[in-house]
Design a protein around this ligand. Structure first.
Ligand SMILES: [Zn+2]
Length: 284
């Protein structure tokens, strides 16, 4: 067994979460690092926040694996006095690579929304927005794409679904909130890990009776309620913490990585970050 290089790690990541599945506006892949450098340990965290990078330095990790990009918007400089430049300098001066799988990890099977909807016992969900509408899938595999929709084993009140999510997701300051009718009994569930307020049309088209996502702002939420009330009353809304909705995926990502590195004959230590990157810390 040998340690992988950064380039070997990228091949493993890309095999699980193909970059071709990423949205066109996204930034995924290796942002910092020397492809020839050896990797003995990888730190997994949702966000490449300064505290996570500092943790990687202390743990002497060789690569930080994130869901969210370090540089989603293009930067014109990596001057260490700038926000992104400072992070890049810390990473490079400590010999740490940084990689992220974002919307490609949302879209892939076993990805962020699959893990989220599986908390409700739904394991055969279909994408809300298929990656390509006429994509050919290998026999026996489910299609890829953003968000998931599937059916609960039995009709369930929206407030019971919210309670299950509150119990199964990590505890957060912002909690789990319902818009619409908490007493409505629903079967068809749509989810989108992270901010999903761009998918209301797909949610309505899917016939979902409740939509679970994060970062729902006032206007999209009130307009969705009015649209529902003027129509067939669907969907009710459940808003969860962005961090919580996605961080649950990291455990399953670590398991998939462990198997894939072993399959390729590599030995590498995988560690989940101890840093909670949910920005909200108190509520009154
Ligand atoms: Zn996100």
């Amino acid at each position: 067994m040998k340690h992988p290089k950064v380039s070997d790690c990228v091949k493993v990541f890309d095999s699980l979460w193909p970059p071709a599945l990423a949205e066109s506006w996204d930034s995924v892949g290796l942002a910092v690092g020397d492809p020839d450098a050896e990797v003995r340990s990888i730190l997994l965290a949702l966000d490449p926040m300064d505290a996570v990078i500092a943790e990687a330095v202390v743990l002497e990790a060789d690569l930080v694996f994130n869901h969210h990009p370090l540089m989603l918007k293009p930067v014109k400089s990596v001057n260490a006095a700038t926000l992104k430049g400072g992070a890049v300098h810390t990473l490079i001066s400590n010999g740490i690579a940084q990689f992220n799988a974002h919307t490609n990890a949302d879209s892939a099977r076993g990805g962020v929304s699959d893990v989220l909807i599986a908390l409700l016992g739904i394991t055969d969900a279909l994408p809300l927005a298929p990656h390509t509408p006429d994509q050919e899938t290998e026999s026996g595999t489910l299609p890829t794409g953003i968000g998931r929709v599937g059916d609960l084993p039995r009709p369930t009140p929206v407030r019971d679904i919210a309670r299950i999510l509150a119990e199964k997701l990590p505890r957060t300051t912002t909690g789990v909130r319902i818009a619409g009718d908490p007493a409505a009994t629903v079967t068809r569930v749509a989810v989108c890990g992270g901010a999903g307020d761009s998918l209301f049309d797909e949610v309505r088209a899917s016939g979902a009776e409740v939509y679970i996502t994060a970062d729902l702002r006032h206007h999209p939420a009130t307009e969705a309620c009015d649209t529902a009330n003027r129509g067939d009353g669907r969907p009710q809304l459940i808003d969860v913490s962005h961090w919580a909705s996605e961080t649950v995926w990291l455990d399953s990502a670590a398991r998939e990585l462990e198997a894939e590195f072993a399959e390729r004959g590599f030995t590498v230590a995988l560690q989940r970050s101890a840093i909670n990157t949910d920005p909200w810390v108190e509520r009154y």
